[in-house]
Ligand binder design. Structure first.
Ligand code: GLN
Length: 484
């Protein structure tokens, strides 16, 4: 019962084969048992979960259930949820219990979904391995010595280990797609602006976007139907007509043009990752797709542009954590300035501090033009490259990362080595485009390989359709680690 997809779980509830309380109880037992090994959760709250499950069952008994009422899920610990501790992976917010719901959390509640707990993550969503969490690293369910990816490592591990059918996540520079790839599950990063950022702790506001991680593309479409929608409380929320992202799932792929950016498949891509992607592309061709070579000539500029813009925005966003209003406050200090300094020195981890320093530097008078403004210009050029590429194809296929998941600690003392791992994901965020990552096999070390499809703005339905058709013909998405 605790291994099913979101869709199948909803069917079991609709046909009375299980109840929300039964599901929540079974998942909670599995989650608690997994915690000492996987560490995928920051907070578990049995009473709250069971209360939500009882409410869902009552709604169903009264004949008011929606399609997903009673389905269990997990929230990344970046989404504020009323009455739940919301740490964002940071000691700074260790004692913060949110007084309100994020837009995404409201929508999930309104759909009747039951929260099983709060997924571990890199502090303030900064990282690619989940090793920056103040609550300890998450282990990859496929190999406990490997990272699960980041920053949504907890969300991806939860779905891979079948600790929930679906989890929310966020993607500022790859944090939905890369952990989904590292954990052998499916993750959808939507077009910037279609999922509300209200109540989602801000890292880099012009890049952050929430989305789902699930076993299948079909589940991602169903979950995006819940998560997406205009929210006037988020000034960058797009006021566009509500879509059904699952509307095209059943359509065959005949004639789909898949673009392969030549810059993504050259030196730097591990041969086992390349081989799994080639095999997946052969499968797409069997399904009727045509593969064309395209060029994204300025790909290598994505890393320097992102690692200027994201820290710049982070340094501004994180200035609110001053020990005054909420969050950590040092217990001893001399005066106001000393209180700020000590609170921030104690509350933030090293990677967060590094980014605040970088961000403050690139925004400072004298360096603003040379770094920040330059990076914004590069950002525009990268977006133009994607438009030229997408003029030649319907979707772009790409790896999610140059290698499979690395071993915990392997890049620990070299932040730049970690930044370089983001080469295939950052451009999508800088351009604001949607992308879906899905599993396509395993590397030579037995760790999962993911591939992403990138579409033009608002192409989520097409991305879900393509990945769903691939999943109908293959079984990578059904594989689960032994323990699950
Ligand atoms: N790895 C990237 C970073 O560290 C992306 C993280 C994210 O998408 N939240 O910033």
């Amino acid at each position: 019962m605790t291994t099913h997809t979101l869709k199948h779980t909803a069917e079991l509830l609709a046909t009375g084969k299980t109840s929300a309380v039964e599901l929540a109880t079974a998942y909670l037992a599995k989650i608690e048992a997994s915690q000492p090994t996987l560490n995928a959760f920051i907070t578990i709250d049995r009473d709250k979960t069971l209360a939500m499950a009882r409410d869902a069952d009552a709604l169903r008994a009264a004949g008011h259930a929606g399609a997903l009422t009673g389905v269990p899920m997990v929230h990344k610990d970046i989404f504020c949820a009323e009455g739940w501790r919301t740490t964002c992976g940071s000691k700074m917010l260790d004692n913060f219990v949110s007084p309100y719901d994020a837009g995404v959390v409201e929508r999930c509640k309104a759909a009747g979904l039951v929260t099983l707990g709060r997924a571990n993550m890199d502090e303030f969503a900064m990282g690619s391995s989940n090793e920056n969490s103040a609550y300890g690293p998450v282990k990859n369910p496929w190999d406990l010595t490997a990272v699960p990816g980041g920053s949504s490592g907890g969300s991806a591990a939860v779905v891979a280990a079948r600790l929930a059918p679906v989890a929310t996540a966020t993607d500022t520079g790859g944090s939905i797609r890369q952990p989904a790839g590292f954990c052998g599950v499916t993750g959808l990063k939507p077009t910037y602006g279609i999922v509300s950022r209200y109540g989602m702790v801000a890292y880099a506001s012009s890049l952050d976007q929430g989305g789902p991680i699930a076993q299948t593309a079909e589940d991602c479409a169903l979950m995006l139907n819940v998560m997406a929608g205009f929210d006037e409380r988020d000034s960058t929320s797009l006021d566009v007509a509500k879509e059904d992202y699952s509307r095209d799932l059943a359509k065959p792929l005949a004639g789909l043009r898949i673009g392969l950016p030549k810059e993504y498949f050259g030196a730097g891509l591990a041969s086992d990752v390349a081989a799994a992607i080639e095999a997946a592309l052969a499968e797409y061709k069997k399904l009727g797709a045509e593969v064309v070579e395209i060029s994204l000539p300025r790909t290598e500029l994505a890393i320097p542009a992102y690692y200027v813009i994201a820290p710049a925005e982070a340094s501004s966003n994180l200035s609110r954590f001053d020990g005054v209003r909420y969050g950590h406050r040092a217990s001893e200090y001399d005066d106001l300035i000393d209180m700020y300094e000590k609170s921030r020195a104690e509350g933030f981890g090293w990677e967060t501090k590094r980014r605040i320093l970088t961000g403050t530097y690139v925004l400072s008078h004298g360096y603003y033009d040379a770094y920040y403004l330059k990076a914004q210009k590069v950002r525009r050029l990268l977006a133009e490259d994607f438009q030229k590429g997408l003029a030649q194809c319907d979707v772009i296929a790409a790896p999610v990362a140059p290698t499979t998941a690395w071993t915990i600690g392997a890049k620990g003392d070299d932040p730049v080595a970690m930044y370089l791992e983001d080469i295939y994901t950052l451009g999508v965020n800088l351009a604001g485009l949607p992308g879906i990552a899905h599993p396509v096999g395993f590397g030579s070390n037995g760790r999962p390989v993911g591939m992403q499809l990138i579409g033009n703005y608002f192409a989520e339905a097409k991305l879900c359709q393509a990945a769903h058709q691939f999943q109908l013909a293959t079984d990578w998405h059904t594989r689960a680690p032994q323990e699950a």
